[in-house]
Ligand binder design. Structure first.
Ligand SMILES: Nc1ncnc2c1ncn2[C@@H]1O[C@H](COP(=O)(O)OP(=O)(O)OP(=O)(O)O)[C@@H](O)[C@H]1O
Length: 318
């Protein structure tokens, strides 16, 4: 479905003014290659500025790369833009594609015309998504008056009315509570299963990835660092957990044998450990009286950092 070969994109920006004016070239994407078969959900991950949006903009046809070959369903996005766009949908957690002042249903009607969807097909999809996403209570509410969770549900319906083969999701659950996140994730899994929609998911939320994607691509500084199974990634890099401890009173010496001290300020310390939490908790509580403690799973950003710092290529995991 998606074929990307040796993709490269640089941006040139101006620096300084007048006599000191110059140009700086920045390689946002360097030599990235990957293939995604139809019907797969792939998590596209990386820290801020890694090159994710640039790749997605090229895949949607918004940007033209400097070099490399890209085909999506046999089309070159920036050359066959109209045909390409008709086959894809996109949802951005940070902004809506709905008309702000219009009731949701009016936006969905307008999209029928934009994409020239046959009326019967549009109605069928609208009914299906209204049920699956429980849109009925706010179909007649303007987009600006929706809660974030409602807006995301309406945006998902809007992106899928024209039966796209490929869906780009950018932070689809950002800012949502646990229940709303679950609902969105269940829906995405459903449409992937039932309609065989291929999904490229960019997110900083490991929960989205764990629930939806078996495969992840990790990019940093424009280079692809990892392409493979999420299980393999987590086994290799995601096993380090954090223990955050509030002591009853400030402790002068926070080092605890067997644990790695990550940070320490009076009365508070953070440790890294692997495996079960019982032993580290016992060690810390034996060290000094504890008021409160929490165990945190590594977030995706931290895992990605560790991959980068640990030099994935040398570790031979790729
Ligand atoms: N239009 C542009 N002009 C100049 N530089 C740009 C432009 N767009 C992106 N960049 C630079 O290219 C690099 C990659 O940016 P990109 O937006 O692809 O990252 P990202 O992985 O999507 O980050 P984020 O998670 O913050 O959205 C960054 O260093 C960014 O500053």
């Amino acid at each position: 479905m998606i074929h990307v070969e040796h993709l490269r994109k640089t941006f040139t920006t101006r620096t300084g003014r007048f006599l000191s004016a110059g140009r700086r070239t920045h390689e946002a994407v360097r030599d990235v290659s990957f293939h995604i078969p139809r019907g797969e959900i792939v998590g596209y991950l990386g820290p801020n500025g890694a090159g994710k949006s640039t790749t997605v903009k090229i895949l949607t046809g918004l940007l033209v790369p400097d070099s490399g070959a890209v085909t999506v369903g046999g089309l070159t996005p920036w050359q066959d833009r109209r045909r390409h766009v008709a086959r894809l949908g996109a949802v951005f957690g940070q902004r809506t594609t709905l008309w702000w002042d219009l009731p949701v249903i009016e936006s969905l009607r307008l999209l029928r015309h934009v994409y020239r969807i046959p009326h019967a097909r549009w109605q069928e999809n609208l009914d299906t998504f209204t049920d699956l996403l429980d849109l009925r209570p706010f179909l007649h509410t303007p987009a600006r008056a929706l809660s974030l969770g409602q807006r995301m549900r309406a945006d998902l319906a809007a992106a899928l009315l024209h039966d796209p083969e490929l869906l780009f999701l950018d932070e689809p659950t950002v800012g949502l509570d646990v229940v709303a996140k679950d609902r969105i994730r269940d829906f995405i899994a459903h449409i992937n299963r039932e309609y065989e929609v291929t999904v490229l998911l960019t997110t900083h939320d490991l929960g989205d990835v764990e629930r939806l994607a078996r495969r992840v691509l990790i990019i940093d500084h424009g280079q692809l660092l990892f392409d493979g199974d999420l299980g393999r990634l987590q086994a290799a890099y995601g096993s380090q957990r954090e223990l955050h401890v509030d002591f009853e009173a400030p402790v002068e010496q926070a080092d605890v044998p067997g644990l790695t001290l990550l940070s320490h300020e009076p009365g508070r310390a953070t440790y890294a450990f692997t495996g079960a939490a019982a032993d580290p908790i016992a060690r810390v509580t034996a060290h000094a009286p504890v008021r409160d403690l929490t165990v945190r799973e590594p977030d995706i950003e931290a895992t990605i950092r560790r991959i980068y710092e640990g030099d994935l290529l040398r570790a031979g995991v790729r």
